[in-house]
Design a protein around this ligand. Structure first.
Ligand code: HEM
Length: 466
């Protein structure tokens, strides 16, 4: 039986079990899980995948700021919007809270050596090797490339007619990654490397395919099964990525380039060892997956918000005319977009030992998931949380554990500075080159796309000549 037939048999009035949460002051005696919905598994998974935000909001309303989702025998998640839990998770011992295990679904794409999949000492080694190329100051070296790519794509936008901005944002962020991370600079090569990567990313973006991958087995798949097709796309993408690695290793002047692959080729760990080809492949795929769709989605949401808030656009244009650098209102606008429409909506840590948090003693073996989505709409942290008001970041900036679109602790997004810088440059280019036409239609709904929560209609906008 699939989740649809179960949903049909169990109308939406299905009763959810409500157990009383323990009082917050009591010290829990034995590990126990907070209450949560007791829906049949396929229905639970279906709502979790297909109604990602409304399901979270419903659960929080019913069960409070901690609730449990039992998605499968191996996957029990405790979701929370409590800033104290965020602090506990980000400052806690990474040996007792594994993030890599929580990203298991990405293994077929990213490989065993991906920084996203590793934990403990192996994770720290890989992270240390990758950190220097992403240092905030270094990003400036990529500014010109980012602007040139954005200029070209924005110049091709139609004027006076509506279109979804998301495909253009994906094309911009993919090209930026291929140029700055992979170091490609001629368009034929960009197309040859980009096309199979794009096909792979598109295939892993579909919601139904995600659901199909979650409910079917990855072991010995037939060629036309969901896993069989995905494996073929991974093999095609691998071929071009390895070609790039080998070509770069063969180049005499590799060290003269300032792209991230060149820096990774030069990197050495504490024993003086470089990254192997396999490690480089896994990290390049990781940077591509983690860095491309996320930034494109964040840009799309920002545009989706801007066309519905002309006063914000007006203030951005005025700031741009003043050529203030850094541009505080633009920074605040980007932060507000990432607050209200976080593209990654939760960070997960698999507990290898019991964890006491918020009056609960959570058992080992479960995953604690601080929900970025729910945390960012707490009215006690963000008055009128649904309002898009960049000013709030200027008047009363949130604390470290209250605004977490890039996660935190030893797993904080490696590309946060890269993404913020790229968003700034792309948005400035849009403001410089076109006029955003205000829209009055309803806000776009949220849909899952690969690892992100994206605007359902692709962030429809219309522009006129500036
Ligand atoms: C707006 C854009 C982006 C968002 C919202 C975002 C968000 C995140 C989040 C939530 C995590 C998990 C953090 C945690 O578990 O605590 C993460 C990890 C990561 N991100 Fe990003 N990211 C973005 C852009 C990028 C870019 C541009 C790159 C690189 C080019 C990148 C590379 C990574 C890597 C390598 C990790 C794994 C870090 C680790 O496990 O140590 N991200 N990102």
């Amino acid at each position: 039986m699939n989740w649809r037939s179960i949903a049909a048999r169990n109308p939406s009035t299905i009763e959810l079990t409500v157990n009383k949460p323990p009082p917050l002051t009591a010290r829990p005696a034995a590990p126990a899980l907070p209450a949560g919905p007791s829906l049949p598994r396929p229905l639970l998974l279906g709502r979790f995948v297909l109604q990602p935000t409304s399901f979270l909001v419903d659960c929080e309303r019913r069960y409070g700021e901690y609730f449990t989702l039992r998605l499968s025998d191996e996957r029990t998640m405790v979701i929370t919007s409590d800033p104290e839990a965020v602090k506990t998770v980000f400052t806690g011992d990474p040996e007792r809270m594994h993030a890599g295990k929580n990203n298991e679904i990405l293994r077929p794409l990213l490989g065993d050596r991906s920084v996203l999949l590793l934990d403990g000492a192996a994770h720290m080694r890989q992270r240390k090797l990758m950190l220097p190329p992403f240092h905030g100051e270094r990003m400036k070296a990529y500014g010109e490339t980012m602007r040139a790519v954005a200029e070209r794509h924005v110049a091709a936008w139609p004027h006076g007619t509506g279109f979804p901005a998301a495909p253009s944002m994906q094309a911009i962020t993919l090209e930026i990654i291929l140029r700055t991370v992979f170091g490609l600079d001629d368009s034929a090569r960009i197309e040859r490397v980009g096309a199979p990567l794009r096909r792979l990313l598109d295939a892993s973006a579909s919601q139904l395919r995600l659901l199909a991958l979650q409910i079917t087995s990855s072991a010995n798949p037939r060629p036309r099964s969901p896993w069989g097709r995905l494996n073929q796309l991974v093999a095609d993408a691998d071929q071009v990525v390895y070609e790039e690695i080998h070509a770069r290793r063969a180049q005499a002047d590799a060290a003269a380039h300032d792209d991230i692959l060149s820096l990774l080729l030069e990197a050495r760990d504490e024993e003086g060892e470089p990254l192997t080809d396999l490690e480089l492949r896994d990290e390049l795929m990781t940077l591509l997956l983690a860095g491309h769709e996320t930034t494109a989605t964040a840009l799309s949401w920002t545009l989706e918000r801007l066309v519905r808030h002309p006063a914000v656009v007006e203030r951005l244009v005025a700031e741009r005319r003043g050529e203030e650098d850094p541009a505080p209102y633009l920074e605040a606008t980007i932060k507000e977009a990432l607050r209200l429409r976080p593209v990654v909506t939760a960070v997960g840590r698999h507990l290898t030992a019991p964890l006491e948090v918020g009056g609960h003693l959570l058992p080992a073996g479960v995953t604690i998931n601080p929900s970025i989505y729910l945390l960012h709409r707490r009215p006690d942290l963000y008055p009128e949380p649904e309002a898009f008001r960049p000013e709030r970041f200027l008047e009363n900036p949130p604390g470290t554990y209250q605004w977490i679109p890039f996660g935190g602790g030893v797993r904080r997004c490696l590309g946060a500075s890269f993404a913020l810088f790229e968003m700034r440059i792309v948005l400035q280019t849009v403001l410089d080159r076109v006029v955003l036409v205000p829209r009055e239609d309803p806000d776009e709904r949220v849909t899952r796309r690969a690892i992100t929560f994206a605007p359902k209609r692709g962030a429809r906008i219309a522009v006129e000549a500036a």
